[in-house]
Structure formats: structure tokens, C-alpha cells
Design a protein around this ligand. Structure first.
Ligand code: AMP
Length: 114
């Protein structure tokens, strides 16, 4: 997608503070962190929202969570705990329409979220 900001980070047209990547998945630090650790984990393939995930994407989505687990260990937040959350559409607060898993940690989190 030529007008997608996260596709531009995948292609290298926009810089990202990249902490992990493999063939299918990229992870970089959020520009506006909401916790001491705030990393976005995205598929390199463009998928706009959770609603657009197809059955053939199941392995890819699983790889995003495997990356989250690995990055959490790297960042030292695996044992104390962290949140991995994906917003879908307007009412959930999605602002970038290329799916991304927010990996948040380094502080206590409240529940339910606002
Ligand atoms: P969401 O509101 O769930 O769509 O989350 C979008 C996230 O992307 C926000 O937390 C933004 O701070 C973050 N963001 C937007 N542009 C960039 C960028 N160029 N690099 C890193 N994070 C970004």
C-alpha cells in the first residue's frame, strides 16, 4: 500500500526504531510511547484491520505473538508482565490502518482499559 505509513517503515522509506524483524514480521518502538516499553509488532504484509484477516493469515498472526514473546524477553518485561493489544476501527482508537500489536510494559497496568 503506497499511502500506508507502516508499509513505508517496512520498505525503509520512513525510518523506524526497529527492535526485531524476520521474513514476515517487523517490530519497532512507538513514536509516542504510552509505557516505558511500547513496541509495535506488524506483519510486513499489509492488512488494514483485524476484520480483514483471512484464514490463510493464521500462521502470520501467530508469528506476531511469537515475536511479542521474544521481544518481551529481550526488553526484560516477560516476567513482570506486559500487555499485547490490537485496536480495531474507530471506537477502539485505531488510527493506523495496518494491523499492529501494541506491546506495552514496564509499569503496572489497570483493567478495564479506558
Ligand atoms: P493505533 O491507535 O492502535 O492505530 O496505534 C497507532 C500507533 O502508531 C500509535 O501509538 C502511534 O503513536 C504510532 N505511530 C504512528 N506513526 C508512527 C511511526 N512513524 N513510528 C512509530 N510509531 C508510530
Amino acid at each position: 500500500m503506497t499511502d500506508c505509513i507502516f508499509c513505508k517503515i517496512v520498505s525503509g522509506d520512513i525510518p523506524g526504531d526497529i527492535v526485531y524483524q524476520d521474513e514476515d514480521v517487523l517490530a519497532f518502538r512507538d513514536l509516542n510511547p504510552q509505557a516505558p516499553t511500547h513496541i509495535l509488532i506488524i506483519p510486513k504484509k499489509h492488512i488494514s484491520t483485524i476484520n480483514d484477516i483471512q484464514p490463510e493469515d493464521a500462521e502470520l498472526i501467530g508469528k506476531m505473538y511469537l515475536a511479542a514473546s521474544q521481544i518481551a524477553k529481550q526488553e526484560g518485561i516477560a516476567e513482570p508482565g506486559y500487555r499485547a493489544v490490537m485496536n480495531c476501527n474507530r471506537e477502539a482508537g485505531q488510527t493506523v490502518f495496518h494491523i499492529h500489536l501494541h506491546l506495552l510494559g514496564g509499569r503496572p497496568m489497570s483493567w478495564p482499559p479506558g
